[in-house]
Design a protein around this ligand. Structure first.
Ligand SMILES: Nc1nc2c(ncn2[C@@H]2O[C@H](COP(=O)(O)OP(=O)(O)O)[C@@H](O)[C@H]2O)c(=O)[nH]1
Ligand SMILES: [Mg+2]
Length: 354
């Protein structure tokens, strides 16, 4: 079968596509839900290592968007390292100071580091960056667990940050990301959050962590861009048959992830019909050129053709609905598409652009 015109389909093609989407969506939905539920059963352990006052507590509070109780132990208060539960599945290990890491270089401490999903190793950009004692601790931690992100905090109070980053990278053998941040001003906190999620993704734990974070918008954007870019690899105008199965799977994956992120479960039937609207209907395409302006990094999707653009439009509309407490149903998503299209036709800006 061949699509006609600029991606408009014949009635016969449309009904065949709907059939294929319903079929592919069932399978994709089961797979995604199994994957997500599997993730939600797991536990995450994040270690905060660094000198007193490096900004460990401030940074973690920034990342999750609220005060994390228990990460605030003063040096000397704790004699052994023990995890603090934050939400029922997420634990932080706070090392009150590096001396404690060095002194307590015991089997139990190392055991904890071994089990940790991510180690955040803090340096104070406004202090003595990567001092001898910090280097000693770093070697200890590194041996136990290489999933380290080096957090260079307090860049608001430091000079020559680029040079500091380069030096730390060099002294750690260019093996680790060094992220310059300020937990006071919030600079680069999004990048640090993304880097943590990237590491957690390796253990299939990123959704579990993302869900507990207050600031969901930039995470949602990233997922929408990723799905749309992947969709862009599918034929310029998705055809019934080979293109429909992977495109459906991508969109179902995006929908179920967004639903989990915003903690608003989506039914199988709703997900299916929303995908049908996106792929078979024309509405998604008409708002794409507007939507793309709202997305940092959407340039990669710009040349993505129909599959990429309808995926971006779908993701944007669903995210928009979740953030405003609108139920995500085929009806509401279609209404949103129409609303965005009408705004576009009237030369008005889309929500978020103002
Ligand atoms: N200038 C500046 N001060 C910071 C920053 N992050 C934390 N601080 C301050 O440094 C001190 C120690 O922070 P805290 O998070 O308790 O450090 P922790 O001991 O490593 O947990 C506090 O007075 C914070 O306000 C930052 O990015 N810039
Ligand atoms: Mg602290």
């Amino acid at each position: 079968m061949k699509a006609i015109g600029k991606g408009t389909y014949t009635e016969a093609q449309k009904s065949e596509m709907k059939r294929q989407i319903r079929h592919a969506a069932d399978e994709a939905f089961d797979q995604e839900m199994a994957e997500i539920n599997g993730q939600l059963q797991k536990e995450i352990l994040i270690a905060l290592v660094g000198d007193v006052n490096a900004g460990k507590s401030s940074t973690i509070n920034r990342i999750v968007g609220e005060e994390v109780a228990g990460v605030g132990a003063e040096p000397g208060e704790t004699t052994t390292i023990h995890p603090h539960a934050y939400k029922d599945k997420i634990f932080f290990i706070d090392t009150p100071g590096l001396n404690d890491v060095n002194k307590e270089n015991s089997a139990t401490t190392l055991d904890y580091f071994r089990k940790t999903d991510v180690v955040l190793f803090f340096l104070n950009a406004a202090g003595t960056v990567f001092s001898e004692s910090e280097q000693r601790s770093f070697r200890i931690v590194e041996k136990a667990n290489p999933n380290i992100l080096i957090v260079l905090n307090k860049i608001d109070a430091a000079d020559e940050v680029d040079r500091l980053v380069a030096r730390v990278r060099k002294e750690t053998g260019h093996k680790y990301d060094v992220l310059p941040i300020s937990s006071r001003t919030g600079e680069n906190i999004d990048q640090l959050r993304d880097a943590i999620l990237e590491l957690l993704k390796k253990n299939n734990k990123d959704i579990l962590f993302a869900r507990t974070i207050k600031e969901k918008s930039s995470i949602a954007n990233k997922w929408i861009i990723a799905a749309s870019t992947s969709a862009g690899a599918i034929g310029a105008v998705p055809l019934p048959g080979a293109d429909i199965v992977p495109l459906t799977a991508l969109q179902i994956g995006l929908l179920t992830r967004l639903a989990t992120l915003y903690e608003r479960p989506i039914s199988r039937e709703a997900a299916k019909e929303i995908v049908i609207t996106a792929i078979v209907g024309n509405l998604g395409r008409t708002i794409f050129s507007q939507v793309i302006k709202l997305f940092p990094g959407a340039g990669s999707v710009a040349a993505a053709g129909v599959a990429g653009s309808v995926t971006l439009a779908l993701g944007y509309s669903v995210k928009y609905a979740y953030e405003r407490g609108i139920d995500v149903t085929p009806d509401t998503v279609t209404k949103l598409y129409k609303n965005f299209r009408d705004r576009k036709n009237k030369g008005k800006k889309l929500p978020g652009e103002e």
